[in-house]
Design a protein around this ligand. Structure first.
Ligand SMILES: *[C@@H]1O[C@H](CO)[C@@H](O)[C@H](O)[C@H]1NC(C)=O
Ligand SMILES: *[C@@H]1O[C@H](CO)[C@@H](O)[C@H](O)[C@H]1NC(C)=O
Ligand SMILES: *[C@@H]1O[C@H](CO)[C@@H](O)[C@H](O)[C@H]1NC(C)=O
Ligand SMILES: *[C@@H]1O[C@H](CO)[C@@H](O)[C@H](O)[C@H]1NC(C)=O
Ligand SMILES: *[C@@H]1O[C@H](CO)[C@@H](O)[C@H](O)[C@H]1NC(C)=O
Ligand SMILES: *[C@@H]1O[C@H](CO)[C@@H](O)[C@H](O)[C@H]1NC(C)=O
Length: 436
């Protein structure tokens, strides 16, 4: 319908012919901000309701940000490292039908060598106090290239140079104070320029509300309550109340699984805890979406723990085990060796003269032979002494001898080299029975 209507209007002589605006030029208003101006076209018919339509192309691509206005200028932020052009044309508005002129264009080529401009520019607004920007050297920039960051935002009289500047492992970093006592925060223009004309400048605009990173909270209270554990932390003082959300993460000493809970206030409570576990907490903060549209979390707070069974006492327990078990084994081994030594003597005694041994034993143990039980060694000794020519059968019970051992447990028919049974039982006094 449009072309048809235009054709009709032209045929009727109603269509107003119009020329493009003249003398389009630009000036720099602020870093990263240009102002284009133009003059009205010549010979505008009186029936023409003149307006200007403008659009901006970056590297030849229209940004789709058309504006219609009767004003003779347009202000826009530009990236500086790309070719920017402003396109403007005149339009005679006639009801809903427009009859545009050709485009008039103002082309601004970027300065410097391509790919020498700073790359990966990133800014973070720390705790609503300072803006910290980082960037990398351009791909084609020489290793000696130095960059300077300038910034400007509405309310600042003129642009400022960022002074708190560091280079660390190829990352450039600069911080400047950005703390405004109002809730409407202006866009911040950032211009990074090199130290020579060769280095291409680059501009970026940052909406501070989208890059808010709160300060690190600090856990100040952690205690057991009737129902669980209560935890309280200090919120960064720069934020208006209700503008932060917190994430509390905790784990217990046993399962090692972490649990996350969110809360808007500066304290919370963990219910139904296990009394034997140690709980470790940390907190971080994020700006709430009601105040800022930032997704950046603060750093985690220092961890704090509560609970009896600490990792420490666990490890001391294991260290104790590691020390005590070998010690017990060693002592047992020594005892066993000593015992085996005795057992060896007991089982494999030197081949003695039984009369000598019995005599010696008897005399050692009992100075006075009358004190020794009559049915014991005395009897055996007497019998042995008297009837040594007869083949005796001697049963010896050696009892309770593995600690207070004396070498009594042997029996032998020494004249005919026949061996005898020896019965060893524990827990009783020595009893020697001599049978023929
Ligand atoms: C437009 O620019 C031309 C030269 O570029 C100049 O002669 C002329 O005066 C300018 N016109 C206006 C209205 O400024
Ligand atoms: C404007 O109109 C005048 C007279 O009508 C004419 O001489 C002049 O060439 C026109 N200018 C343009 C740019 O068409
Ligand atoms: C112009 O267009 C608007 C909607 O685009 C419509 O409401 C209006 O009636 C139109 N005017 C005329 C004169 O056609
Ligand atoms: C820099 O940005 C480019 C493109 O956005 C990306 O591919 C690259 O990984 C970034 N480099 C670093 C070091 O972040
Ligand atoms: C937590 O918030 C309350 C109320 O806003 C305040 O009175 C208290 O001091 C805060 N606690 C800490 C540790 O900041
Ligand atoms: C935050 O913690 C308080 C105190 O423990 C609690 O009453 C409140 O329900 C919690 N809010 C959320 C959203 O978890």
């Amino acid at each position: 319908m449009g072309p048809l209507l235009l054709a009709l209007l032209t045929a009727l002589g109603l269509r107003a012919e119009v020329l493009p605006p003249s003398n389009v030029s630009y000036s720099v208003v602020q870093i990263c901000t240009l102002k284009w101006t133009w003059k009205p076209p010549e010979n505008v018919s009186s029936s023409c309701d003149l307006e200007y339509s403008t659009d901006i192309a970056i590297n030849g691509i229209l940004q789709g940000k058309s504006e219609w206005s009767k004003k003779l200028f347009r202000v826009a932020d530009v990236p500086m490292n790309k070719e920017v052009s402003l396109k403007v044309r005149s339009e005679c508005k006639l009801d809903n039908a427009t009859n545009p002129s050709d485009w008039a264009e103002s082309l601004i080529p970027p300065k410097g060598v391509p790919d020498t401009e700073a790359s990966n520019i990133s800014c973070i607004w720390h705790n609503l106090k300072s803006m910290v920007c980082t960037w990398l050297r351009g791909k084609k920039a020489s290793d000696r290239t130095k960059y300077t960051l300038y910034y400007w935002y509405e309310g600042l009289q003129s642009h400022q140079q960022c002074e708190d500047y560091h280079i660390h492992e190829g990352t450039f970093r600069c911080a400047f104070k950005f703390a405004l006592a109002k809730s409407l925060y202006p866009t911040v223009n950032i211009l990074v320029r090199g130290d020579s004309e060769e280095v291409r400048p680059i501009c970026e605009n940052k909406d501070p509300t989208t890059i808010v990173k709160p300060g690190t909270p600090k856990i100040v209270k952690l205690f057991n309550t009737n129902n669980g554990i209560s935890i309280e932390w200090q919120q960064p003082d720069t934020f208006p109340s209700g503008c932060l959300v917190y994430e509390v993460e905790y784990k217990d000493s046993k399962s090692d699984t972490t649990t996350k809970i969110e809360n808007r206030s500066n304290k919370t409570e963990i219910p139904s805890i296990h009394p034997k576990f140690k709980y470790t907490f940390k907190v971080r903060a994020k700006a709430s979406l009601t105040c800022y549209s930032s997704q950046l979390w603060s750093d985690w707070s220092e961890e704090k723990s509560i609970g009896e069974e600490s990792v420490n006492s666990d490890s001391t327990f294991y260290i104790t085990l590691i020390v005590v078990i070998p010690l017990i084994v060693a002592v047992s081994t020594i005892i066993l060796l000593v015992y085996l030594q005795r057992l060896k003597i007991l089982i494999l005694p030197p081949i003695p003269d039984p009369r000598e041994i019995l005599k010696r034993m008897f005399l050692e143990q009992n100075e006075d032979p009358q004190n020794y039980p009559k049915d014991g060694l005395v009897y055996a000794y007497d019998k042995l002494a008297k009837e040594e020519e007869i083949n005796p059968v001697i049963w010896i019970e050696v009892l309770s001898f593995w600690l207070s051992y004396r070498p009594v447990g042997f029996c032998k028919n020494y004249s005919s080299s026949k061996t005898f049974d020896v019965i060893i039982t524990a827990g009783k006094a020595v009893k020697l029975i001599y049978l023929i």
